[in-house]
Design a protein around this ligand. Sequence first.
Ligand SMILES: [Zn+2]
Length: 206
Amino acid sequence: MRPCLAVLICVALAAAARAQVPTLRVRVLDYAGLPAATLGNFQAPARAVFAQSGIASEWPTCSIRSGRGNCQPLADRELYIKIVPQRPPHGKASFGTTVRQGSRGLFSYVFWSRVEQAARQYGVAPSLLLGHVVAHEAGHLLGLDHAASGIMQCEFAAPQILRAGQGSLRFSGEEGAALRDALGPRLAAGALPLQPAPEARRRADR
Ligand SMILES: [Zn+2]
């Protein structure tokens, strides 16, 4: 094989390998009646967080109360996050939580009142903070655990909230690599073991 042809083939293979990381798609279901400005603007910071790790993402959103947006029934393998008004009374003061079956993330909740309150307290746009909170929960749905720092820190305290406001709260390099590893083969093969079994989803949706 001539050297230039070999180089071209190597370049093509490398491009194909990069292209194997598919677009992450997470449906966001708004049960809390978010303000239109928040509902229309949280996707950009969430996209920016994943883009920093080399992952394109889409965040189609359904407003449950009005039926507007992307409200088709959830597909079997679809990742989704529910934004609900309040956290459960016995829950911790976190912004959200991921419901798991064993170590597998089924879906996530985000507690809007906590996000809104913290955004107001720290002078951060609610859509910015919400975008980072849904990115954190999507990280769990793709298999990430909590970390000592960065966007996967367990509780968002003042430093994380302010960094979210500046758009500088990100996944670490290792987390980004783990996300790409999780996305590539699982989505490309059409198999998403992180998704709930149909019966678990029906229970969760009650
Ligand atoms: Zn978490």
